[in-house]
Design a protein around this ligand. Sequence first.
Ligand code: 5RP
Length: 261
Amino acid sequence: MDWGMKNRLSKIIKPKDGHTVMLAVDHGYFMGPTTGLEKLDEMVKPLLPYADVLMPTRGGLRNYIPPETDIPICLRVSGGTSIINETNLLHEGIIVSMEDAIRLNVSAVAFSILVGQPFERDTLLAFTQTIDEANRYGIPVLAVTAVGRGLGKDAKYLSLASRMAAELGASIVKTYYCKDFEKIVESCPVPIVIAGGKKVPEKDALQMAYDALQAGAIGVDMGRNIFQSSSPVGMMKAVNAIVHKNATPKDAFEIFKENEK
Ligand code: 5RP
């Protein structure tokens, strides 16, 4: 691994503890004006001090994030279908050239693969093309193991998708927390972060983050459970405490409640 790749990875995964808090705000690429992100700039600004990495789209970055912002960027580079196109949901291809990703000075790029759908081959080949192009410039690729309709969020499916992502060259895998999560971690040779998924009660989201860390995840890449919370700053601080300070779910929930007032 060359210096550039190692340097970028150290911006994504914090060397002090090998953990990371990623804030996902890329939802607009297939969900449009997602609840909580209508004014993405106003939402994100107070959250940045508690995030290690920001995951936007290129339009989100250019239009809402001031260029002097001091946070590593993991840029969403896959897409191509919308949430209303049910039959093709997450049938994603490359939506950003590596040249533009470099121009945006990113530390990593994120690509969603969908294993187990008729179009899996398309997403996997575009994914490996992205890995070849990104790695040429020392840019790590985070694979999002997307889950389509009819596919279970279970360890059997997610370990298949996560291991495939790593074997195909991903540097980091983003997947969902589920029962027997440690089996996914054990069979995946690269670090794993969990997605938050749809909004759930804050207590449950914090428990999930804690359980994922206990089972071997190196952090989170959460979106809706942060920015759709009654206190996004509270959730961000609470998740940060779990990831970097080994806080219990109870302590983290207290942090959230303190900030909700
Ligand atoms: C889709 C994605 C999302 O765009 C997003 O990053 C997910 O974040 P969350 O589920 O925590 O809202 O990865 O596959």
